[in-house]
Design a protein around this ligand. Structure first.
Ligand SMILES: Cc1ncc(C[n+]2csc(CCOP(=O)(O)OP(=O)(O)O)c2C)c(N)n1
Ligand code: SF4
Ligand SMILES: [Mg+2]
Length: 347
């Protein structure tokens, strides 16, 4: 009689969850859409970092990109806001419960066109939020019109040429005080995963502009956000190695070739420099290299700027640490004595 083979143990992460727990509904986006590749990396990053999905809130606006949160972390909290209005909903959610890890997914239209007003105020507040722009340079959901990140001279499928200068969301975010700013490409699995893990460890706004080709409306010759264009013009700034706080951080590296950034939770971000002068903690340098790349028609990718020590919006507002919904009435309602004291001051 042959012995019954026992199935191999299922692979789990450090909190005992399988990767399937981090998945969501089946995607309804076009096959080959860059947004699907970003979803895959988000699933991997949250699984590998051992984030508890019940402690996560997913937020988005409107667009193909804003549908993406439905396709990862099925058991997390979620709020699909109005077009371009995700930042204000995220601000409310994060202030109401600082124990949640917030991730927002937006599009270049949702952020840089209709949502630019909310985006700029979000960037200057350093709200603890991972803010991803799935950037295809067009309004994919409404059939590929130019968005405000489309480059001058970029061609639509119809042949129409964009004549307006683009908004560079990374430049804008750095100028406004965002404390973690990165640019990546949906097709660069290794870089995007490392950037996402570092963004999870960051406390403050982590702004990720991820070039994500729209295969249906913006992947032809003449588009500067197509797979072909990105393969020819992607210029990685540095190799990124991310070591979470729960792993041994004593790994081998050459101090002359790397720059270490210690994140607030004790994780280490290690940037192996290709350009030996690049310092990711210098905002002026970051603005300069982005501008130099733009002039050379290159897309500079990597972590452009990071400041792990910036004060967050809840800190500035001196918010209590506990979720507001958990505070007992005696802590949220001033008593008669407090009211009388205020009245006395007004007399
Ligand atoms: C107030 C409002 N105006 C316009 C629209 C129509 N609309 C829906 S999605 C969209 C653009 C989405 O583009 P983007 O954010 O880049 O997402 P993508 O589909 O490219 O991923 C527009 C204009 C809308 N839903 N609501
Ligand atoms: S239309 Fe473009 S952005 Fe929308 S799902 Fe299809 S490929 Fe992606
Ligand atoms: Mg778009």
């Amino acid at each position: 009689m042959s012995a019954v083979a026992t199935p191999p143990p299922k692979k789990v992460n450090r909190i005992g969850l399988e990767v399937a727990t981090y998945r969501g509904a089946k995607t309804t986006l076009c096959a080959g859409c860059g947004h699907n590749a970003i979803t895959e990396r988000i699933i991997e990053a949250f699984y590998e970092m051992g984030v508890n999905p019940s402690q996560v809130i997913k937020l988005s606006g409107i667009g193909c990109s804003s549908k993406a949160p439905a396709y990862f972390l099925r058991t997390s909290h979620g709020f699909n806001a109005v077009h371009g209005r995700m930042p204000s909903v995220a601000t409310g959610a994060v202030l109401a419960n600082q124990h949640l890890l917030a991730i927002g997914v937006s599009g270049d239209g949702d952020t840089a066109s209709i949502g630019i007003g909310q985006f700029v105020h979000l960037m200057r507040r350093n709200l603890p939020l991972i803010y991803i722009i799935e950037d295809n340079g067009c309004y994919g959901l409404t059939k590929g019109q130019f968005s405000a990140t489309a480059d001058i001279g970029s061609k639509q499928k119809t042949g129409a040429v964009n004549e307006l200068p683009p908004i560079d969301t990374c430049t804008l975010a750095i100028q406004l005080g965002a404390t973690f700013v990165a640019r990546s490409f949906s097709g660069d699995k290794q870089q995007l995963l490392a950037v996402l893990k570092a963004a999870i460890a960051h406390r403050g706004t982590a702004m990720l502009d991820v070039i994500s080709p729209c295969v249906t409306f913006n992947d032809h010759e003449g588009s500067t956000k197509s797979y072909d264009y990105m393969k020819q013009h992607d210029e990685p700034l540095h190799e990124i190695d991310f070591v979470p706080f729960f792993e041994n951080i004593e790994v081998d590296y050459d101090p002359g070739e790397t720059q270490e950034v210690r994140m607030h939770d004790g994780s280490h971000l290690r940037l192996r420099k290709l350009d030996s002068f690049y310092d990711a903690t210098d905002p002026q340098k970051a603005l300069q290299v982005i501008e130099e790349a733009r002039r050379k028609e290159e897309v500079l990718t990597g972590i452009l700027y990071v400041n792990p020590a910036g004060k967050t919006f809840p800190d500035l507002l001196r918010m209590v640490d506990e979720p507001l919904a958990h505070l007992p009435p005696e802590r949220v309602r001033p008593g008669r004595a407090a009211l009388e004291e205020i009245m006395e001051e007004l007399r």
